[in-house]
Design a protein around this ligand. Structure first.
Ligand code: ATP
Length: 364
């Protein structure tokens, strides 16, 4: 059982890099939460603070309601009941797979027999029951990472920390190991903090995603919440592809994009704001039809006429850039490839108000 709580956590490097800028985050027992964001947003620094490798400037970290880090004192990493997995695997090359996994148990009060049982069970769980005598140099990258997972889990830590654990693997293996990490999490239910800059990895492995930007948290939510209800422009643009349009809310549910264009909005955006802000419209939420098509219920919809600047046939989808008079940027639209509109086609676009999501500008 372990809960983690980060309270107004601050870490400044030098005199001005606010790598982690007063963040608050509560992680309940058994949750796998990923820290996602672009390079330099503060993910690794947050993880290192939680591990106890770094001291915060202010704020605190609590594990099971006990303070383990604050500006005044830091419990050292080895006394935190946490395990960490690194992108470099960090398995010992001169020890066998069995010895690598057994190593952590040396410092626990476990009999030799019990340790042997635990190691064998762990090797079964990570699907390497017959490779205990191999050395890491005789294993693939994916197998080495499984050894690292087994070694981290065999000590039954309260919290598991994972620092870009799949980034050294090739694309196919990376995809396979995402599901593997999720499977192991479902089996052990260890409270886990997972650092990645890969959105698909975060979406597959995590219960919730914490999206960071410039040392701050932009939004915390399930993959679906982050994707369908982004609160800021940064979140909408970082996760998936979107159209961001700047404008002003003139009355409830109506967004003036300038140039004589008004969009009807649903009330499903958590980032809804009065006055000047942005809306986010995902390309696959825009219907594309032949010019002049009569649209049923057009009064309750957004209907825009435009011209295909570029049309790409992708096999499973069709990708368009559509110029709409009054909008500065062309709209990115994803359509059904069986009804393809080549470059130069005049088209009619239809957007449900619920697909026009109001989002705030980001603070960072
Ligand atoms: P990446 O995905 O590239 O690993 P990240 O999100 O993990 O990035 P951090 O490594 O936490 O980002 O870095 C956050 C900020 O702090 C960056 O601006 C980085 O340059 C700075 N930083 C990190 N470690 C140090 C350090 N030891 N000394 C000075 N600045 C640092």
């Amino acid at each position: 059982m372990a809960t983690l709580s980060l309270k107004k956590l601050l870490k400044v490097f030098g005199s001005e890099v606010r790598a982690v800028d007063e963040i608050d985050l509560d992680i309940p027992h058994g949750e796998l939460i990923s820290l996602l964001g672009p390079s330099g947003c503060g993910k690794t620094t947050t993880l290192r603070l939680v591990a106890g490798f770094l001291e915060p400037d202010s704020g605190e970290i609590q594990m099971d309601n006990e303070v383990v880090s604050s500006g005044a004192a830091v419990v050292p990493p080895e006394r935190r009941n946490m395990s960490m997995i690194f992108q470099s695997y960090a398995v010992w090359p001169h020890k066998t797979v069995y010895q690598n996994v057994a190593y952590g148990l040396k410092f626990r009060e476990v009999s030799a027999h019990e340790a042997d049982q635990k190691v064998k069970k762990m090797l079964d769980i990570v699907r390497m029951p017959n490779l205990g005598d191999r050395y890491p140099g005789e294993l693939s990258g994916g197998q080495q990472q499984r050894v690292a997972l087994a070694r981290a889990l065999v000590v039954e830590p309260g919290v598991l920390l994972l620092d870009e654990p799949l980034s050294n693997l090739d694309a196919n293996l990376r995809e396979e190991m995402r599901f593997e990490i999720r499977r192991l999490h479902d089996e052990f239910n260890i409270t886990s903090l997972y650092v990645t800059h890969d959105q698909a990895e975060a979406m597959v492995t995590s219960d919730r995603i914490c999206l960071m930007n410039h040392g701050k948290i932009e939004q915390v939510g399930t993959a679906m919440e982050i994707y369908d209800k982004p609160e800021t422009r940064f979140v909408a643009e970082f996760v998936g592809v979107t159209n961001s349009i700047e404008g002003t809310s003139t009355s409830p549910g109506l967004f003036d994009a300038g140039g004589g264009l008004n969009f009807k909005m649903g009330n499903n955006g958590a980032g809804g704001a009065e006055g000047k802000h942005f809306v986010s419209i995902r390309p696959h939420r825009i219907g594309i039809h032949t010019e002049g098509t009569q649209i049923d219920g057009a009064d309750g919809l957004n209907v825009l006429d435009g011209e295909v600047l570029r049309g790409y046939f992708l096999g499973n989808a069709a990708d368009y850039l559509v110029k709409v008079p009054g909008l500065e940027e062309p709209l990115r639209v994803e359509g059904d490839p069986s009804n393809f509109f080549p470059t130069g086609s005049k088209v009619r676009l239809v957007i449900e108000p619920d697909s026009v999501i109001p989002v705030r500008a980001s603070e960072g």
